[in-house]
Design a binder for this molecule. Structure first.
Ligand SMILES: NC(=O)c1ccc[n+]([C@@H]2O[C@H](COP(=O)([O-])OP(=O)(O)OC[C@H]3O[C@@H](n4cnc5c(N)ncnc54)[C@H](O)[C@@H]3O)[C@@H](O)[C@H]2O)c1
Length: 354
């Protein structure tokens, strides 16, 4: 079994059972947060005697609990409940649980295998694939962690029925980004009228597209040395929108900021990289329809520019801001330096479109 296998199915329990059997693991530990234990665990356990016999370890929900204390509590619980090097963990939750649970599993007794069962759209298309695990520390996001791919990820849409709409939309920002990094057909599927309005099951085709693209890009650059930077599409302006919104009373979910950021990147791609304007207008219309107008709190263009120059991931205090642009869908141009005058013009145009 490839250590990064992805199984797409809504028959989650049999798939997880089969993977556990294949792995040869002895005892099974399910790591969930308080919400996924209540909302998703019954679905995972249904009809599976193997999983019903597993030990369930529950951790508090939310990114603010992705901490060393939570990791230590899980290491302690694994020890106390008899986990050994031949045990396997099943991480049932959104990106918080797969990041924390993956980190705990990969470091417990020098590493036991884990299977991700993502229960949020963001978790499925982003956090649960790619092998990054970790915790926040010292006030910094994902400060401590390891690259440790899951034994497998079981991706289904059956858990999304209980996701709040805003959570679903936030995950869809990454879906949109992955589609733009795939090809024109994937973009058309991602912005099709029924893609977001057709219930959870209708999301399976975009889930497949999205995960395949993330896997392809990660496989080309597992340690994030170069090509993986393409995954930063939409994030340069997106992070600035997110940071600016934080200062207002209405924070902007990450994926919403990425969706708006993708529109800014597409405007710049049209201006500077030969991108077709049809793609820009179609994606902008989709974003406006589903995410609404750019929030009023994000209208301060000089402040957005300042934030882009001081992004914590890329400090461009002394030179132009670098963007991921697109020559066409699926053809990214990473590290493209963009002059401040062009960024300001693109923010103006994006604001008109949104
Ligand atoms: N490792 C990576 O490559 C990577 C990539 C992106 C994000 N992340 C991390 O992922 C986390 C964000 O992921 P997220 O948005 O999934 O957040 P999350 O895991 O915190 O989930 C958000 C909320 O939804 C609840 N929830 C989960 N599944 C549910 C369901 N099916 N129905 C109802 N509620 C449900 C959770 O309990 C939580 O309260 C952050 O910690 C971020 O740093 C990691």
């Amino acid at each position: 079994m490839n250590t990064s296998a992805i199984v797409f199915t809504d028959a989650v329990a049999p798939a997880v059972e089969r993977l556990i059997a294949e792995s040869g693991a002895g005892s099974v530990y399910i790591i969930a947060d308080h919400n996924t234990e209540r909302l998703c665990l019954p679905l995972l356990l249904r009809g599976s005697s193997l999983l019903q016999q597993a030990t369930v370890l529950t951790t508090p929900a939310g990114d603010r609990h992705k901490t060393l204390a939570a990791a230590a509590a899980l290491w302690d619980a694994l020890s106390a409940r008899g986990a050994t090097r031949s045990s396997i963990a099943v991480c049932l939750g959104g990106g918080m649980v797969t990041d924390l649970g993956g980190f705990v599993a990969s470091t417990f007794k020098r590493g036991i295998p884990y299977i991700n069962v993502p229960t949020t759209l963001l978790g499925a298309v982003d956090a649960s694939v790619g092998g990054k695990t970790g915790i926040n520390h010292g006030g910094l996001k994902n400060e401590i962690g390891v690259f440790a791919p899951p034994y497998a990820t079981v991706a289904g849409t059956c858990f999304f029925d209980t996701l709040p709409r805003e959570q679903l939309l936030s995950g869809y920002g990454e879906v949109l980004k992955h589609a733009l990094l795939t090809d024109a057909a994937a973009v058309a599927r991602a912005i099709a009228p029924d893609a977001l309005g057709g219930g959870s099951e209708a999301l399976m085709p975009v889930l497949r597209d999205s995960i395949a693209t993330k896997m392809r890009i990660v496989a080309s650059d597992p340690r994030e040395k170069g090509p993986r930077k393409a995954l930063n599409l939409g994030h340069t302006a997106g992070h600035a929108f997110e940071s600016l919104a934080l200062t207002s009373r209405k924070p902007l979910p990450h994926g919403h900021a990425v969706a708006f950021g993708c529109v800014v990147a597409l405007v710049l791609s049209r201006m500077l990289a030969g991108m077709d304007s049809d793609v820009l207008y179609a994606v902008a219309a989709f974003v406006r329809e589903h995410y609404g107008h750019l929030p009023a709190g994000c209208a301060d263009h000089p402040e957005l520019l300042r934030l882009m120059h001081h992004d914590k991931k890329n400090n461009y205090a002394s030179g132009p801001v670098n963007f991921v642009l697109l020559n066409a869908p699926g053809r990214p141009a990473i590290d493209t330096p963009v002059a401040d005058t062009d960024i300001t013009a693109a923010l103006d145009i994006a604001s008109d479109l949104l």
